[in-house]
Design a protein around this ligand. Structure first.
Ligand code: GTP
Ligand code: MG
Length: 487
């Protein structure tokens, strides 16, 4: 493939007054949380070029620039010397030369340079602040460059002044668009790329390719997340621990200790998977400084009652699920086969048939028990102690809670702008994903979860693959149902 010469590559200089969100627009557009952003004006002091690549080929680049500081003075200088509109670009070049050895108009010279070298203009304003006439000097200078120019009204969702900005900007720019660097969906980014094509049709080939790439990347990410989530489910549904307790140790204490370790391991593994999901969306969590550690733990503890109330299947859904696959109690027993019985006789006696079923379907914690019978055979020859064991986690709701939390996290990560430090709170509408599943999907998942529990020592490849597909379907239909996240 022939490489276009560098000057033919699409490039966009993101310009505007200091502290209006130029760097934030770039970070959110190209998904780079390494871009320097701060509430302090004058954060960006040099031009920084960010290349968007595919297979080591640059498709386009965006250039972060220092903000306008003294546009009136620059405009005055140009106007004093201009002869006609045709001379304006020449005058700007002269301005760059004239002050090159000085410390005057430093920012203006830096930001104008890439534009004179052929970059299209992306002018960023803050729609949260009123329009002022004094912006006209900088817009005038940008117009003098004769380069294709588009204005972006940032913070448009909360911006109270978007309308007046639009009225003013429409007079200076070929295109005016609204944007929100803090709440950018994939669709917003796609729309902006498409606007770039309108702005400079000469760059259509590379920019269309960038749009296609973005689409393909979305699909790839969905598969990767499905992979992470299905591996998490297999991992957490098959986890089990056993230890040999010396005869002189208090058994009950050791059981409690083992249970604690078991549940902590489940928590840690879930957190790790959630970090991996963030990484799929290019949130490299190490970027942020340690004192502002990103809080991924917005969901509360995995085993908290509130978590299960919100995230799990409702008791009703659980009952129908198990009634369809067998008797209520049968479903619970089915879930228990393959590992040590965790129900003591007293517990069974204390609860009636239906009660036992419900109890087992919704129980949040797994209990440690003595290893007996078949399993015990394997450990014969250790007469000085007793083997205890915990796991796999027995209850029907557990994997549904995990799945629900994973999808909730997935939603947050996708809505998480790279210009922002904090993971956003979840929009109400996308909770309760497992309750939105139809009966067939729930049964399909539940059957796979049961198989994993039964074959926890060596979960078959076809079960893993089937679960990957089932999880992919859950994610895909969830995306479809929440179409505001979609194109
Ligand atoms: N709420 C909100 N804040 C934003 C948004 N975009 C930028 N900001 C904030 O505005 C401040 C300035 O953002 P920057 O991206 O550093 O602005 P800049 O124009 O690059 O600033 P300089 O490099 O100093 O010229 C930061 O505190 C950002 O977090 C947005 O869409 N919403
Ligand atoms: Mg900046």
């Amino acid at each position: 493939m022939s490489m276009p010469a560098d000057e033919d590559l699409p490039k966009f200089a993101v310009v505007g007054r200091v502290n209006k969100g130029k760097s934030s627009v770039i970070a959110s557009l190209i998904e780079d949380d390494g871009v320097k952003i701060s509430p302090r004006p004058g954060t960006t002091t040099e031009c920084v070029r960010y290349a968007v690549e595919s297979d080591d080929r640059v498709l386009f680049s965006v250039i972060d620039t220092p903000g306008f500081e003294d546009a009136p003075r620059a405009l005055h200088w140009i106007k004093q010397r201009e002869v006609s509109a045709a001379d304006r670009v020449a005058r700007i070049r002269e301005l760059l030369d004239e002050f090159s050895e000085t410390d005057e108009l430093v920012q203006e010279r830096k930001l104008l340079k890439p534009i004179l070298e052929g970059a299209a203009i992306l002018y960023v304003v803050n729609g949260d602040e009123p329009y002022r006439k004094n912006y006209e000097t900088e817009m005038e200078i940008l117009r003098y460059t004769g380069q294709p120019a588009m204005a972006l009204i940032n913070r448009s969702a909360t911006g109270r002044h978007v309308d007046e900005w639009e009225r003013a900007l429409n007079q200076y720019f070929r295109l005016v668009r609204t944007f929100d660097a803090h709440a950018v969906s994939w669709n917003d980014r796609r729309r902006l790329l498409e606007a770039f094509i309108v702005l400079e049709p000469r760059w259509e080939t590379q920019l269309s390719e960038a749009v296609e790439l973005l689409d393909a990347e979305q699909q790839r990410r969905l598969h990767r997340v499905a992979n992470i989530v299905s591996r998490l489910l297999v991992d957490l549904l098959s986890l089990h621990l056993s230890v040999l307790i010396p005869n002189d140790t208090t058994l009950e204490l050791e059981k409690k200790r083992l249970e604690r370790r078991f549940h902590d391991m489940l928590r840690e593994r879930e957190a790790r998977a959630h970090r991996e999901i963030a990484e799929v969306y290019l949130h490299s969590l190490g970027h942020w400084s340690p004192e502002t550690e990103v809080d991924l733990d917005l969901q509360g503890d995995l085993f908290a009652k509130e978590t299960w109330d919100v995230m799990g299947l409702s008791p009703r859904a659980l009952l129908t699920l198990t009634t369809v696959t067998g008797a209520v109690a049968g479903g619970a027993v089915d879930a228990m086969t393959g590992f040590a019985s965790f129900l003591t006789g007293t517990m069974l006696g204390g609860l009636g048939g239906m009660g036992v079923g419900m109890y087992e379907l919704t129980r949040r914690f797994a209990s440690a028990s003595n290893l007996r019978e078949r399993a015990m055979d394997a450990f014969r020859g250790s007469p000085d102690g007793e083997w205890i064991r915990v796991g796999p986690h027995p209850t029907t709701n557990f994997p549904f809670v995990l799945l629900s939390r994973a999808v909730d996290h997935f939603d947050r990560v996708r809505a998480w702008s790279h210009a922002k430090r904090e993971l956003p709170a979840l929009a109400q509408s996308s909770t309760k994903v497992v309750d939105a599943l139809d009966m067939t999907s729930r049964r399909r998942l539940n059957a796979l979860f049961s198989t994993i529990r039964k074959k926890y020592r060596d979960v078959p490849g076809d079960t893993r693959r089937a679960l990957h597909e089932a999880v992919y379907d859950v994610l895909a239909s969830h995306l479809k149902a929440n179409s505001r996240f979609q194109p």
